[in-house]
Structure formats: structure tokens, C-alpha cells
Write a protein that binds this ligand. Structure first.
Ligand code: CA
Length: 234
């Protein structure tokens, strides 16, 4: 179950929240001032933070601001009824949502569910993006968007060039034969000249190795090609 950190100096409210959240099955951590709240958040890395704004030691706004340097955990603020400027400041500092005191526990629970759901959705998107990235040294390709970057600069490749590079990078450190590349990139039914592979290797070497002064595509005599890249020793 997700872990929720409650930072609230009014012990009665903190205790009430703790019981309610535990009842819902959440794991609960508590802190009673801003400083220990910040420390606990950084140390325990909870899945969500319920943050009172009026806190001793360090205000909720300040906790929020400092947390956002390193953390993107969802933050729901607890604010006083008519303090609009606090709400605005909290949202500006990166809080995700707020609940006004006194609040109905059902409302807070609903907002917690929404915040956790958003977070899970975003994590899933990030994971998917990472799964599409293939990097070797300073060369990286995104197999979903067909983008190629070398030394963080975009490189425009044609579809066939991209497929050739992708296959080589997927087999980094291993010699790949012309036949393998032919079958993989041009397909078994391609009936043209197999020199086409060498032509595309030449294009790739020009666009990647020559342009960026690196060596990635190596010729393995009478076998084919091998992709590898070692960072320069300094
Ligand atoms: Ca308070």
C-alpha cells in the first residue's frame, strides 16, 4: 500500500488523520513540525505528503519549496479557511492540491486517491519512455519517436538508416553480418544488391562518426560490422 506522510503540528488532527488513513489501508508516517517533516519526506520517500501550512520550525510553504528541489512526490496542503494567498503560494511552490480546514475526511480521501492515481499514470508514462530509449555511450535512439541523438544533438536519419543503427545498437559489441542486416532491415524478400548494406553503413558513419568525431561502427573483416563506443579517456 502507498505510504503517506502527515506533517501537522495539531496533534489531534494528525492522530485523527493517521487513524483514518490506516483504516483505509495506507502506511502512515507522521511529523509535527516543518523541519522534521522535511527530513522524514527526504529520508523515507513516501508516496504522498499531507502538509499543513501553518507549522513551527519551518512553514509548510518552505517545506514545499525545499522538497521540490529534489522530489516530485504529490503534496496535498491543509490550509486555513480564508487564506487564499497561502493556497496560491503553496500551489506556486509546487503543491498539487489543497484541502481547507475544517475538512470532511471523505474529501481528503478522494483527493488522495486522485493524486496517487495521477502519480501512477505519470510513472507509467515515464517508464514507457525509458523502455523506448536505447543508449550506447553518447549515442541514443528512441525507438518510439524515431529520434536519434549524438552528444545530445539531434541527428536526422532515414527510416532505413535508423533501422540499421537500431539493429547494430541492439547487438552492441557483437559482430553483425551483412546477411543479418539485409534480412532485418530490408527483409527476406529483398532482391537487390547486398552492397546496399555497405552503402547505408557509409551514410551512418558519415552522419554519426564523422560529424561527431567518434568511432562507433567498426568493420569486422569478411564478417560485417560491429557497433561499440568507448568514452574517450581523459
Ligand atoms: Ca498548524
Amino acid at each position: 500500500m502507498p505510504a503517506i506522510l502527515i506533517v501537522e503540528d495539531e496533534k489531534k488532527i494528525a492522530r485523527f488523520l493517521e487513524l483514518e488513513l490506516k483504516h483505509e489501508g495506507y502506511e502512515v508516517l507522521t511529523a509535527f513540525d516543518g523541519r522534521s517533516g522535511l527530513e522524514t519526506a527526504l529520508e523515507k520517500d513516501p508516496d504522498l505528503l499531507i502538509l499543513d501550512l501553518m507549522l513551527p520550525e519551518l512553514s509548510g510553504i518552505e517545506v514545499c519549496r525545499r522538497l521540490r528541489h529534489t522530489s516530485d512526490l504529490p503534496i496535498i496542503m491543509l490550509t486555513a479557511k480564508d487564506d487564499v494567498s497561502d493556497k496560491v503560494m503553496g500551489l506556486d511552490m509546487g503543491a498539487d492540491d489543497y484541502v481547507t480546514k475544517p475538512f470532511a475526511i471523505e474529501e481528503l480521501l478522494a483527493r488522495i486517491r486522485v493524486a496517487l492515481k495521477k502519480r501512477r499514470a505519470r510513472d507509467a508514462v515515464q517508464q514507457e519512455q525509458q523502455d523506448h530509449i536505447l543508449s550506447v555511450g553518447c549515442v541514443s535512439i528512441d525507438t518510439a519517436s524515431w529520434q536519434v541523438h549524438v552528444k545530445n544533438e539531434p541527428v536526422m536519419l532515414t527510416k532505413k538508416e535508423f533501422d540499421t543503427l537500431k539493429y547494430l545498437m541492439e547487438h552492441r559489441g557483437t559482430a553483425v553480418t551483412r546477411d543479418q542486416l539485409m534480412n532485418e532491415v530490408w527483409g527476406y524478400d529483398y532482391i537487390g544488391d547486398s552492397n546496399i548494406v555497405d552503402v547505408y553503413i557509409r551514410y551512418l558513419r558519415h552522419k554519426i562518426d564523422d560529424q561527431f568525431g567518434i568511432k562507433t561502427i567498426h568493420t569486422i573483416r569478411s564478417v560485417g560490422y560491429l557497433f561499440d563506443y568507448e568514452e574517450e579517456q581523459k
